[in-house]
Design a protein around this ligand. Sequence first.
Ligand code: GSH
Length: 235
Amino acid sequence: MIELYYWPTPNGHKITLFLEEAGLDYTIHPVDISAGDQFKPDFLAFSPNNRMPAIIDTASADGGEAITVFESGAILLYLADKTGRFIPADVRGRKTVTEWLFWQMGGLGPMAGQNHHFVQYAPERIPYAMTRYVNETNRLYGVLNRRLAGRTFVAGDDYSIADMAIYPWIVPWQRQQQNLDDFPDLKRWFEAVAARPATIRAYAKGEPLRNRPTVTEEGKKILFGQTANNSPTIK
Ligand SMILES: N[C@@H](CCC(=O)N[C@@H](CS)C(=O)NCC(=O)O)C(=O)O
């Protein structure tokens, strides 16, 4: 059984995408990030960066005690290794999937995240910051579009954890101020992933938690003021 600590954000959706594709048993434990659940001591004990998603695998492959994993990329790799699915076993195929997984973790995720921050949430309009991150998001969409030309999925013929990491960060393309029509191969891939039954089930799993905005006004005080010495982690 996988205990999934989750909130319906792009990083959270990555993991439900995997779990639904693989048909693994899992239980969702909501981590309402606008309410500060990510600072609860029980959660911080295995997710020390006060971020979700995180998992606890109570049926680890080695039969030992439960295994905890934080960081969405690490979770996807862990689950792929556990099941032997959505990552090729051969060295070249595995290399390609990890390249694009890390491209998402180190590029698309952080850049689109700053795009969301400055375009949507920042209390003041800072045109330089907005342009910087909208442009960088645009550049990354171009890289992905070129990669998908002549390929069904990011790593080739097979759907992989690289697609699962990337897709949720393309879903908000409009609020990232992008136009999918400018990226025809990306758009074709996006529509194909969106139509997968497991994708539809994964997003439906998040719906019951969407009864309040992901980031509330109260939540902004919790989410956007954190420093080393100023966060609910520090007692
Ligand atoms: N690199 C991390 C990022 C996770 C992340 O940023 N999670 C956000 C929501 S998408 C969160 O939990 N935020 C809580 C906070 O900022 O206190 C991952 O990929 O797992």
